[in-house]
Design a protein around this ligand. Structure first.
Ligand code: ZN
Length: 160
C-alpha cells in the first residue's frame, strides 16, 4: 500500500511522542487495524524503542546509588574525586537498565562540577587581580628605595 511509508514515518515520530492530531491518529489507527505490515511495525517500534524507556523511568535507583552520589558531592573539592566517583559508578554500569539513570546523574554532576570550577577560576582571578594591585604599590616604592637609603618614594621626598 502506498500510504504505508507515510504511516510508518508518523509512527516513528509524532504518534509515539503523542503529538499527532486526533484526525491523523484516527486515520493511522484505522490503517493499523487493516494493515498487518504497519501494525507489526508499530508493535516492533513500541517494544524496542518505547517500552524499555518506560521501564527505565519506573525503575527506582537503588539506595546505594544515592549514597555514592552523596559521598561524591562531599568529596567534590578533594583531588581525585572524579576518578573515585567513576570507579564507584562502574559497579552500577553492570545493570544495563540503570545506565540511563546513572548517565543522567553523571551529566548533572558534571554540570555542577563545571560551574564549581568556573567559580573557583573566578576566585583565582580575583586573587590575581589583588596580587597585581599589590605589585603596583610595591613597584612604586621598590624602584626608588633600592638606590636611596634615606628616603623612600618620590611622594615621601615631596613631603619630607
Ligand atoms: Zn500499512
Amino acid at each position: 500500500m502506498k500510504k504505508c511509508g507515510h504511516f510508518k514515518d508518523l509512527i516513528l515520530t509524532d504518534y509515539i511522542d503523542g503529538r499527532l492530531d486526533k484526525n491523523a491518529v484516527a486515520a493511522l489507527e484505522s490503517h493499523l487495524l487493516e494493515c498487518s505490515d504497519c501494525s507489526a511495525f508499530f508493535k516492533e517500534v513500541k517494544n524496542t524503542a518505547v517500552s524499555p524507556f518506560h521501564r527505565a523511568l519506573q525503575q527506582p535507583p537503588p539506595a546505594g546509588l544515592w549514597e555514592a552520589v552523596k559521598q561524591a558531592v562531599e568529596q567534590e573539592e578533594q583531588p581525585g574525586f572524579g576518578e573515585n566517583f567513576i570507579n564507584g559508578l562502574k559497579g552500577w554500569m553492570v545493570f544495563p537498565r540503570l545506565v540511563p539513570v546513572a548517565a543522567t546523574l553523571v551529566l548533572m554532576l558534571l554540570a555542577g562540577g563545571v560551574s564549581l570550577t568556573t567559580l573557583q577560576a573566578d576566585r583565582a582571578q580575583e586573587k590575581a587581580d589583588a596580587a597585581y594591585l599589590v605589585s603596583l604599590f610595591n613597584a612604586g616604592g621598590g624602584a626608588s628605595s633600592s638606590d636611596n637609603t634615606s628616603l623612600g618614594t618620590p611622594i615621601e621626598k615631596y613631603f619630607l
